[in-house]
Design a protein around this ligand. Structure first.
Ligand code: FEO
Length: 164
């Protein structure tokens, strides 16, 4: 049987996963509005994944005889300066999720709560993947920025050729 403290932490995590889904959904709608079709598709999928994470925690609490609490979702940020901010926000958020899951794991371990520690293992691995993906997205956006600089540089070179 999980302690009240662990159940509370898992319920907080359920709220965090719901917030995650809303954050990515808002990023998707921003991307649609600004013509970033690929990012929109990615973020819609990410939002779905976060709901799956939320359900995993909800079902787990049910399985161990506890009640999951469904709370209010925090209103997500709706506007971004560009793709880099979207991806950096994603990484920052995933780092917070990782820290939160590690904290639950740490408390469950101290309490010798084997079902919770075993259940959380999937999330520990998932967060390694989530952070790696967010880092990759940042790299992609930065690389793309360099491509446009390269093209601009070529254009400037062409202008230089026409000078005098
Ligand atoms: Fe459910 Fe992206 O962490």
């Amino acid at each position: 049987m999980a302690s009240k403290k662990v159940v509370k932490l898992i319920n907080d995590q359920i709220a965090m996963e719901a917030d995650s889904s809303a954050i990515y959904l808002a990023m998707a709608t921003w991307a649609v509005k600004n013509g970033y079709k690929g990012t929109a598709a990615f973020m819609f999928k990410q939002a779905e994944e976060e709901r799956e994470h939320m359900y995993k925690f909800i079902h787990f609490l049910g399985e161990i005889g506890e009640q999951a609490i469904i709370s209010k979702v925090t209103e997500p940020k709706a506007d971004y300066r560009g793709l880099l901010e979207v991806m950096q926000t994603t990484l920052g958020h995933e780092k917070k999720v990782t820290a939160s899951i590690h904290n639950i794991m740490s408390v469950a371990r101290k309490e010798d709560d084997y079902p919770v520690t075993s259940f959380l293992k999937w999330f520990i691995d998932e967060q390694v993947e989530e952070e790696a993906t967010a880092n990759e997205l940042i790299d992609i956006v930065k690389m793309a920025g360099k491509v446009s600089e390269y093209l601009a540089d070529k254009e400037i070179g062409a202008k230089a050729a026409k000078k005098d």
